[in-house]
Design a protein around this ligand. Structure first.
Ligand SMILES: [Zn+2]
Length: 259
């Protein structure tokens, strides 16, 4: 049975189907992730709006037993600035893939929807996409069933100290308790301070966050290790970002040589 709904939705991806049809995966606010069938997509006025990231108020026909259908898109956000910047676009694509991987089809998660849309809007506004991605990665860990104690020492529960991370205890150790794990991560205390902030950050505070390249690299490495240990997914979009950072370093070197 088809149920008509109005909901905000974000296009995750599309793929060609048969001759001129398309299958489009959309993350909807009210009905979770669903696959939509677009008949004769090439002739459809919606065709240009079926691209990844496109966010809109959608009129949809939801089918619980199979493919759903799109009636209309309104109030469409296409993220022009993100799409014009290869780096921003790569990070936005990764955030989208991460959201996609973190929930099952048809699972309703309006909080994740709101968080994803806000993250994309802030990237579009020009806020630091690397930091926004890190915050997204840390806050979405709970969707993968991962709860880390980044706030207080696992042993004495004190807060606000120069912590290190322990994979053995899935949490932080204060200097008095570093010795409880001889294989502690040896991360910079500022990395753990920031990860703790990222777990609870409010969007209103984001505009003030500005980080040095070195600290960003340390964060990237720490979060990669957390994902490797606790999540274990390997997204194509993430591999692309990793290759971009090598390429970005080459670009910087060559531009530095000219000045
Ligand atoms: Zn302690």
């Amino acid at each position: 049975m088809l149920e008509s709904i109005e909901t905000r939705g974000i296009v995750l991806y599309n793929r060609e189907f048969r001759e001129d049809d398309k299958l489009v995966k959309i993350f909807t606010e009210k009905s979770g992730k669903r696959m939509f069938f677009v008949n004769h997509a090439g002739k459809s006025r919606l065709n240009s709006m079926l691209q990844p990231l496109v966010t809109a108020d959608m009129l949809l026909k939801i089918n619980d037993d199979g493919l759903s259908y799109i009636d209309d898109f309104q109030d469409v956000q296409v993220y022009k600035k993100i799409n014009a910047d290869l780096f921003a676009l790569s990070y936005a694509t990764y955030v989208l893939a991460l959201a996609d991987a973190s929930i099952h089809d048809n699972q309703v998660d309006p909080a994740l929807f709101a968080f994803l849309e806000k993250t994309l809007l802030l990237m579009e506004e020009g806020l630091d996409y690397e930091v926004l991605t890190n915050i997204f990665e840390i806050q979405i860990l709970s969707r993968f069933g991962v709860i880390l104690n980044l706030h207080e020492c696992c042993f004495c529960h004190r807060v606000g100290l120069p912590f290190d991370y322990s994979f053995r205890y899935s949490g932080v150790l204060c200097p008095d308790h570093y010795d409880r794990d001889e294989r502690r991560a040896h991360w910079h205390p500022n990395v753990l301070y920031l990860l703790d902030q990222f777990q609870a950050v409010r969007f209103s505070e984001l505009e003030t966050i500005s980080l040095q390249a070195e600290m960003k690299a340390a964060l990237r490495q720490a979060i990669d290790q957390l994902y490797e240990e606790y999540v274990g997914i390997h997204l194509k979009a993430k591999k692309f970002i990793d290759s971009l950072s090598d390429w970005g370093a080459i670009m910087k070197d060559s531009s530095g040589g000219e000045t």
